[in-house]
Design a protein around this ligand. Structure first.
Ligand SMILES: [Zn+2]
Length: 285
């Protein structure tokens, strides 16, 4: 668990790409910006790790040396609510991600649980929980013990991933870590975060259902988001006043409850907006 609130980008920031930084250089560059978390994007991976073990380990070492907290975003090609074939392929992809996550010493493997399809929501959830229990037992057999599976709250009404569903998964499955994507919840519930109280309610609910430790150590995603009746449409930079949610409101709740979340910035201005959120929180402490 993180020792303090930490901030970092989801993937390699554009400015790092311009200077042709290699994976190994990223932790030091983040540190120069005063950032201390990074989410490695394994979002297009198939059934095998797409990084060499040696490179993953070296990257993990650089992250430790520069005090950068690592997480991994798993493959988008996952649906744990689908038919058997789809679920088996999804498990294989998540195992590939978890294997590499362990190599680099990432704490959490974030993933999107899946789609309801034509299934009633309870059946889809039951399928997903069953698949995750299998997955965790395979991970244990393979010796992947230090990586937690992080089911994420999702932004579209067709996706499994309401706050209640994610909490239910975390209650039922071992080796899981709640991942709150605040922007997804905002989009899914058509703009639910307007006041400090709206954020406080979520924090209190998580504490009530999963305990103090879970709420203290939330893994979060944050950005401004545009939505339609079907939920999430597009991510926006923090400066765009016409979109929500407002990080300043969450920052007040973080201070009030003395939380130590890891906050991964998914705005198009990855590292710049991560720094701006860090500064917003700092200004309150
Ligand atoms: Zn995600």
């Amino acid at each position: 668990m993180a020792d303090r609130a930490r901030f970092g980008p989801a993937g390699v920031p554009p400015t790092f790409k311009w200077i042709k930084a290699g994976l190994e250089d990223i932790p030091a560059l983040l540190r120069e910006e005063g950032l201390d978390a990074f989410e490695y994007e394994a979002i297009y991976w198939g059934g095998k790790p797409q990084i060499k073990r040696e490179n993953a380990e070296k990257f993990g070492l650089r992250a430790r040396e520069n005090d950068v907290w690592l997480s991994m975003h798993g493959s988008y090609f996952v649906n744990l609510c689908g038919d058997t074939k789809v679920v088996e392929a999804s498990k294989k992809r998540l195992i590939a991600c978890a294997t590499a996550a362990q190599w680099m010493n990432a704490h959490v493997l974030v993933f999107h649980p899946g789609f309801y399809g034509r299934k009633p929501h309870e059946i889809a959830l039951r399928n997903c929980v069953g698949a995750l229990k299998d997955l965790v037992s395979s991970m244990k057999t393979l010796g992947i013990n230090s990586v937690k599976l992080g089911p994420e709250t999702m932004g579209k009404s067709a996706q499994l991933g309401s706050l209640d569903e994610i909490i239910s998964i975390c209650r039922q499955v071992d080796q899981t870590q709640l991942v709150i994507d605040w922007s997804h919840l905002h989009a899914r519930d058509l703009g639910r975060f307007r006041t400090v109280e709206d954020f406080r309610k979520v924090v209190l609910k998580v504490e009530d259902e999963l305990g103090t430790e879970a709420v203290q150590n939330m893994h979060c995603h944050f950005t401004k988001i545009e939505f339609t009746e079907a939920g999430e449409r597009r991510h926006h930079v923090l400066e765009e006043a016409r979109y929500g949610p407002d990080f300043g409101l969450l920052a007040r709740v973080i201070t009030e409850f003395k939380l130590k979340p890891v906050i991964i910035c998914e705005s198009p201005l990855l590292d710049l907006d991560a720094m701006s959120m860090r500064d917003t929180l700092k200004s309150l402490v």
